[in-house]
Design a protein around this ligand. Structure first.
Ligand SMILES: [Fe+2]
Length: 254
């Protein structure tokens, strides 16, 4: 089927599903592949007592006029990745030609805006992040804007921590991330397991001592049971070597 997408969407593509993107504007994607695995939804334990993802928030593709409009009798290729090699199937027609389907195996779309829950005065503080998708060796969580954290009567504990079992990768999608002073949208951080970390000094001053009533950050966190490796093949390197210095005294990093 046909499914439009927008900024801030998760698009979940089940393994073995033929798909293609037709972008009308330049689009950048964070691509997360569950190699030799499959994505599932978090259970109540993994969502720390907060409501987990509601599948009724998922949008599925539609067999609409735009879907049918792409069908023709030109030659189309489907590229199949297996064992890190690509095989190509060639069709004398567009093979995305379904006329219907049964069951719940489908591409689905979920936007971070569907995860946002504005806090009511009598509700507890919203979770730091929403557990969104899980695989056997990693989990994906979403940081979304929060309202109400800085209201009086709310106790905010600085969340310095150390993940002993997971490497922590966070991609910053938009907004000003409340714990990071030098991180901009499009960047990512990687904190290996066993390394204590938490708010940068300048962020501590800005958002921990005077907690904002509303935050605007959106980020994707991938907690990995397997070690994260940095791609060393990129010519100028993917790593910002000075990142470690962002925990120096606030006056030196502001
Ligand atoms: Fe962390």
């Amino acid at each position: 089927g046909h499914m439009p997408y927008r900024d801030g969407d998760y698009i979940l593509l089940p393994r073995g599903t033929a798909w293609r993107f037709e972008a009308t504007d330049p689009s950048e994607f964070l691509f997360i592949e569950a190699t030799n695995d499959a994505f599932g939804l978090p259970n109540d334990t993994q969502s720390a007592g907060h409501p987990s993802i509601n599948p009724t928030s998922f949008e599925v593709p539609r067999l609409d006029d735009k879907f049918r409009a792409q069908q023709d009798e030109a030659y189309w290729e489907i590229h199949i990745k297996r064992r890190n090699a690509i095989s190509t199937l060639t069709y004398p027609y567009n093979p995305l030609d379904a006329v219907g389907w049964q069951g719940d195996l489908s591409v689905v779309r979920l936007n971070w805006r569907d995860l946002r829950q504005d806090r009511q005065p009598d509700q507890p503080v919203p979770p730091a992040a929403h557990s969104t998708f899980v695989a056997n060796r990693f989990a994906i969580s979403t940081f979304v804007p929060k309202i109400g954290e800085g209201e009086s009567g709310t106790l905010r504990v600085p969340f310095y921590h150390s993940n002993e079992d997971f490497d922590e990768f966070i991609f910053y999608h938009r907004g000003e991330f409340y714990s990071r002073g030098n991180i901009k949208p499009g960047m990512a951080t990687f904190h290996p397991s066993g390394f204590p970390h938490g708010p940068h000094p300048c962020s501590y001053q800005k958002t921990m001592i005077k907690v904002p009533v509303e935050t605007d950050e959106v980020a994707v966190m991938i907690d990995c049971a397997d070690m994260v490796n940095i791609d060393e093949s990129i010519p100028d390197g993917a790593e910002w070597k000075a990142y470690v210095n962002t925990w120096e005294k606030a006056k030196e990093t502001l």
